[in-house]
Write a protein that binds this ligand. Structure first.
Ligand code: SF4
Ligand code: SF4
Length: 130
């Protein structure tokens, strides 16, 4: 999947704006991943998602399944010793993906079909009800 992101740091900037989180506060202790109930199904562990954001490894991050499998349970947020909300960062990455224009200019309806699995809807619902 190819996305139009103008500079290497565009994704980081947008995700920080949407989530209100400081990606660089994370010091990679791994407590978030150790408590994540979905980690066995993920192709990247939650702490690896934040590491890729720090490194600006956009392509790898945007192609991963993890961001769509995150159930927004807030376990990682509660466990983080640095007060980083990975839950919000995951949602930020999902939103950037959904909002960014693809090079082949697919319609929003097609994009929705391709990129909006049920878990994203459930995550949004949880966010507004917890
Ligand atoms: S628990 Fe917090 S500081 Fe530790 S790796 Fe996860 S996000 Fe980073
Ligand atoms: S919010 Fe997502 S990443 Fe965090 S523990 Fe829950 S499922 Fe895992």
């Amino acid at each position: 999947m190819r996305l139009v992101l103008k500079r290497q740091d565009d994704l980081l900037k947008k995700v920080e704006e949407i989530s209100g989180e400081n990606v660089f506060a994370c010091y990679q202790c791994g407590k978030c991943s150790a408590g994540c109930p979905m980690s066995t199904e993920m192709d990247l562990l939650p702490n690896q998602v934040i590491r890729l954001l720090q490194l600006g490894a956009n392509e790898q991050l945007l192609d991963c399944r993890t961001i769509w499998l995150c159930a927004s349970c807030f376990t990682c947020t509660a466990r983080c010793p640095k007060g980083v909300s990975l839950t919000r960062l995951m949602e930020g990455v999902r939103l950037v993906l959904l909002r960014t224009t693809k090079e082949d200019q697919v319609s929003p309806k097609e994009m929705e079909k391709e990129f909006l699995p049920q878990v994203a809807l459930i995550s949004a619902l949880r966010k507004f009800t917890t």
